[in-house]
Design a protein around this ligand. Structure first.
Ligand SMILES: Cc1cc2nc3c(=O)[nH]c(=O)nc-3n(C[C@H](O)[C@H](O)[C@H](O)COP(=O)(O)O)c2cc1C
Length: 185
């Protein structure tokens, strides 16, 4: 019997109607048979303050525990001012500390993202890939899921309707599962 790959997904947007949250919901529909996806909401993770590192909020404790319990991570990110949204960077910073207690260490991670512009969050994704080096994550290289002009690819109910985007998300998930089993057989 094949081992089930447990994936934890989160989006770098708190917006109810977030396009990036829609990508995660599409991922739920497009999962390979041997994978599960739980979506975590970053709402409620406090701003990082090194003075309070040893008194983590309950939401942060929960987030770190879920990262640790997951076999792989899936991030859906918008692009803010050509870079990583503060909400997402803050959550990553919080979960990577205190020093020596980085929840992301050695986790396989896949990225996707959407923006209303033509770069489809690519610049934010490349900045995240740089962070993964220090986080010691194992980032999946391909496919790059950069959904440009996303407002034309998601309907009013938040469902990803663009077939090419759905195919890319499916391929990303399949590759993440294969990548994870190569890293943790
Ligand atoms: C503070 C801010 C900065 C933004 N910067 C960019 C940007 O650099 N590039 C881009 O394509 N879109 C940018 N946008 C537009 C986002 O692509 C758009 O708001 C998108 O819907 C955000 O993702 P979400 O729907 O998941 O919240 C920006 C939006 C905000 C609020």
């Amino acid at each position: 019997m094949k081992k089930v790959c447990r994936i934890l997904g989160f989006a770098g947007s708190l917006r109810k109607g977030s396009y990036n949250r829609s990508l995660l919901r599409a991922a739920l529909e497009l999962l390979p048979e041997d994978a599960e996806l739980e979506i975590f909401d970053l709402e409620g993770i406090p701003l990082y303050n090194q003075d309070l590192e040893n008194q983590p909020a309950e939401t942060l404790k929960e987030f770190k525990a879920k990262i640790r319990a997951a076999d792989a991570i899936l991030i859906a990110t918008p692009e803010y001012n050509y870079s990583i949204p503060g909400v997402l960077k803050n959550a990553i910073d919080c979960a990577s500390r205190p020093y020596g207690d980085n929840a992301f260490a050695h986790k396989p991670v896949a990225l996707m993202g959407a923006s209303v512009g033509m770069m489809g969050s690519g610049r934010a994704q490349y900045h995240l890939r740089q962070c993964f080096v220090f986080l010691s994550c194992f980032a999946l290289n391909q496919p790059e899921v950069m959904v440009s002009f996303v407002q034309e690819k998601i309907d009013k109910d938040g469902r990803v309707t663009d077939q090419k985007t759905r195919e890319l998300i499916k391929e990303l998930l399949e590759n993440l599962v294969a990548w994870t089993s190569r890293l943790t057989p």
